[in-house]
Write a protein that binds this ligand. Sequence first.
Ligand code: 0RA
Length: 303
Amino acid sequence: MELNKDYSEASIKVLEGLDPVRQRPGMYIGSTDTKGLHHLVFEVIDNSIDEAMAGFCSKISVTLHIDGSITIEDDGRGIPVGNHPVAGKPTVEVVMTTLHSGGKFNSGAYYASGGLHGVGVSVVNALSEFLEVTVRRNGGIYYQKYERGNPVCEFDKIGKTNKSGTKITFKADPQIFETTEFSYETLARRFRELAFLNSGVEIAISDEKDDKSKIFFAEGGIVSYIKYLNKSKGLLIDEPVYIQGKYEDILVEISLLYNDSYNEAIYSFVNNIHTDGGGTHEAGFKTAYTKIFNTFINKHGLL
Ligand code: 0RA
């Protein structure tokens, strides 16, 4: 058994299979109820958003099909279509059938839009009755299909194209989930939020069941978002305040608006995830904001 003396820890990670995901799905997607079900879609779209954040993707479309499956398609670079040097099989198959412990190939550099659990598309594959991936890259169209995480055909070139992108269609496994019916409203709500948080990225949703569709696109980022949130409120200032700053690798954006209500509302996000319970980022913001106001008031003798 001394065939592979150079087996590093890294390569062992790459080769970890999907059985644990089907054995303990909750550990990977939180739950197997409707919330867990929707995490599957968010996990896939987070990969497309990563491509958008890296500057390679501007359009994402999501389609709910009549058979209960769903398609997420983007115009990003596409998953690399060559063979994986360590696994010795197509990289797409490696991405789809092995567990990754975070980030694309653990590079870390890619990992920006944290999925709700950041576990990767292989988890979605493991928990799907079937999943089909189509990649457009290097002039070719490539395809592979899986059932419950296992390939049912070879990864193959099926055509030519001058486009690039990734298309993933999957049907959640009823052996795993309490319900496998996707909610248009739940998905649309998250896509609206993602479109506001990733300005310039178009996210389209359509439902083949009842011919519903919507396109989310916000050129103005969080400024558009705060305007949207206040669209039925009486505003005390016309244009939102916008502040942007960077510290080491951390980019921070803040937008503020005053309306005629008595209630304060703070929406905070980290890596595209709504941090509902606040946190040090929110606490730090409030402290700084209060300090600035107090300094201003004292300086101008306003109290
Ligand atoms: C691995 C590496 C690269 C991109 C992707 C995966 C990728 C995955 C998904 C899933 C849905 N859409 C996706 N788009 C891209 C980087 C490719 C490169 O370096 O060119």
